[in-house]
Write a protein that binds this ligand. Structure first.
Ligand code: ADP
Length: 259
């Protein structure tokens, strides 16, 4: 067992170079980052700065060129149950029910079928989809499908949830509702969340800390503590304190010529 104060995630001098020779692309360079257990950590950065690359390394889908990624004090060596993934498109299999879709990672990891079912049912309750357990993906709204995507990421009870623009494809109102639902899920499940987003407001509303990344090669240039009270509420978005953070991040992107 790792000691109680072991960070959920530790990245040390992490670099990723795609290709070699004259066509080499340095996506991430010398990136250091530590994320505490149970933290909600958002990452904002310009397109192509290496955010998805970072998530691929953390999920064990890509080996870094140099440096190291650790989850729960253990070096990441390949895909593992400690990391759950949620993408922009929930990519549910249309021929499977929602319960079957959510159970899939457990099946792949060869968890006992009874345990999978119990776990899937309790996660379905957490994401408020119990009524739709036996429905098929095409019977769900966009927000519900994304809640199923989150449930699938949670089913193996990972230490860390990696979320890559999970609400980017949703309309504005559904997105706001999903933000609040995600905060409830995070509070109840006590997971560590790394949340990549292009929305400055979403990052400030959700996160304990927000990291800013530089243009490629991606590095963390600043980590900002979001000192807003919890529980968070949509109404906070119109307060001066909220505006103080969003202005700071906007200025960063304006200076990069991104806004
Ligand atoms: P982001 O998610 O921040 O948009 P990515 O991590 O997808 O950025 O990509 C970072 C950089 O690495 C980009 O310039 C991209 O073009 C490049 N890149 C990503 N994947 C590959 C690959 N398989 N081969 C070559 N270059 C890649």
């Amino acid at each position: 067992m790792a000691p109680a104060n072991t960070p959920a995630i530790q990245l040390s001098k992490l670099s990723v170079i795609y290709g070699s020779g004259s066509s080499a692309v340095t996506a991430v360079e010398d990136l250091d980052l530590e994320i505490k257990d149970g933290e909600f950590f958002a990452i904002l950065g310009p397109s192509g700065c290496g955010k998805s690359t970072l998530l691929k390394v953390l999920s064990g889908l890509l080996n870094p060129t140099s440096g190291e990624a650790q989850v729960g004090g253990q070096k990441v060596r390949g895909p593992q149950a400690e990391v759950g993934l949620v993408f922009q498109a929930p990519t549910l299999l249309p021929w499977m029910t929602i319960r079957e879709n959510i159970s899939l990672p457990g099946k792949i990891l060869k968890v006992d079928p009874n345990e999978i079912r119990d776990r899937a049912d309790s996660i379905l309750e957490l994401v408020k989809l119990t009524q739709f357990a036996d429905s098929y993906p095409n019977q769900l709204s966009g927000g519900m499908a994304q809640r199923a995507g989150i449930a699938r990421g949670l089913v193996q009870d990972p230490r860390v949830m990696l979320m890559d623009e999970p609400f980017g494809a949703l309309d504005a109102m559904t997105r706001e509702r999903m933000n609040m639902d995600l905060l409830d899920i995070w509070t109840e499940s006590k997971k560590t969340i790394i949340f990549i987003t292009h929305s400055i407001g979403e990052a400030v509303l959700l996160a304990d800390r927000v990291a800013l990344m530089s243009p490629r090669p991606g590095r963390v240039t600043e980590v900002v503590d979001i000192d807003l009270p919890r529980p968070r509420a949509i109404e906070m978005m119109s307060t001066p304190e909220f505006g103080h953070y969003t202005r700071h991040f906007r200025d960063y992107f304006k200076n990069l010529g991104e806004l």
